[in-house]
Design a protein around this ligand. Structure first.
Ligand SMILES: *Cc1c(COP(=O)(O)O)cnc(C)c1O
Length: 362
């Protein structure tokens, strides 16, 4: 606390990102980056873009990148918004759509940045419990089940940190039940086996889909994310952006992101490797007594046989393997979120696990 801080600052509780330590030979399975990439085409495009043009401001509309995204999804550029990582796109969406008299609804176990934005922007929220198997239950998200109106609905699909996927038909049901507000689908992990809600955009002007270069494209260091939705929603995001920072994406990021999105062969090859490694690691952990939720993401949510997640994470750390352990909420304190790495990294994780005695001591 400082006497110079404005009062609102004291009430914030900022998001704590997974660590990015400077330890050599670390097996880093704690922040869901891809162990590959970016595509060689991205590196070539960056190389070509490094010249005296960096003296000039970038295109504030990122039109080339938005056109590439629009073409990829069968949309128009007016249906595409880009920002400095999907975290920034999400932040703008909170301000543009969720500052309402009614609370924003999201799950009790989901991306822990959501309550942080609510605090930042003074948005009321209601957290609705995932079911006993940590699945998103649309019935619990219906207005009738809550005897209340929603000022917005937000879900990560696949969810984080559970990795579980909600089928498209269920998102359709959710969007229909909440036509009066924006239903935001955060698809940071959709490319690892899910079906995108972009398919619903024609029918639902209230659905906003947010995606990122950070996970499936191996471009977390470039900080590029985007939203896809009706022109009226995109116009709302532009109003916030142009009241905040007109140039959220620098020249290099715009160029690199467009190149990444144009290399479908690289994208397909590497997400397939991750999906195969995920299935293999899931099986290996189950053989060692772990409970592993079915995942459609590039990470898995796994409970060690003794439920001693903090201890297991610490032991892995001593062996230079990092995974993510969340202490809140209590309901997930026995679980670990493990990013899917290369096969060698998955093997290193297994090798660093404490010996398993076959029984469930929990
Ligand atoms: C990683 C992640 C993001 C943020 O991605 P950036 O584009 O890197 O800001 C957003 N939502 C979820 C659920 C994530 O896991």
């Amino acid at each position: 606390m400082s006497r110079y801080w404005s009062p609102a600052l004291a009430d914030l509780s900022p998001y704590v990102p997974g660590e990015q330590p400077r330890i050599a030979k670390l097996v880093k399975l704690n922040t869901n980056e891809l162990p590959f990439g970016p595509s060689p085409r991205v590196l070539a495009a960056l190389h070509d873009a490094i010249d005296e043009r960096l003296r000039l401001y970038p295109d504030p509309e990122s039109l080339h990148l938005r056109t590439v995204l629009a073409e990829r999804h069968g949309l128009q550029p007016e249906n595409v918004f880009v920002g400095n990582g999907s975290d920034e796109v999400l932040a703008h969406a909170f301000l543009a759509f969720f500052r309402q008299p009614q609370p924003l609804w999201f799950a009790d176990i989901t991306y822990s940045f959501y309550p942080v934005y609510c605090r930042l922007y003074g948005i009321q929220y209601r957290q609705i419990a995932l079911d006993d198997e940590l699945r998103f239950n649309v019935d619990a998200f219906l207005p009738a089940a809550n005897e209340a109106a929603s000022g917005g609905v937000l879900l990560a699909n696949p969810n984080a940190p559970t990795g579980q996927l909600l089928p498209l038909a269920e998102i359709d049901r959710l969007a229909r039940a909440h036509r009066q507000c924006v239903v935001l689908v955060d698809e940071a992990y959709i490319d690892f086996g899910g079906e995108s809600a972009v398919a619903l955009l024609n029918e639902h002007p209230n659905v906003l889909v947010v995606q990122t270069l950070s996970k499936s494209r191996g471009g977390a260091g470039l900080r590029v994310g985007w939203a896809l939705g009706s022109a009226e929603l995109i116009a709302g995001l532009n109003r916030v952006k142009n009241s905040f920072n007109s140039y959220p994406l620098d020249r290099l990021a715009q160029t690199a992101a467009a190149a990444a999105l144009q290399d479908e062969a690289w994208f397909d090859e590497h997400r397939r490797i991750i999906m195969a490694n995920r299935e293999w690691l899931t099986e290996q952990l189950r053989q060692r007594g772990f409970t592993v939720l079915p995942s459609a993401a590039n990470f898995i949510f796994a409970r060690p046989p003794a439920g001693n997640a903090a201890e297991v994470a610490q032991q892995l750390r001593e062996n230079a393997v990092l995974v993510r352990h969340f202490t809140h909420p209590e309901r997930i304190a026995a679980w670990l979120r493990i990013s899917i790495g290369t096969r060698e990294e998955c093997e290193a994780l297994l090798g660093a696990l404490p010996a398993h005695d076959g029984g469930d001591e929990a």
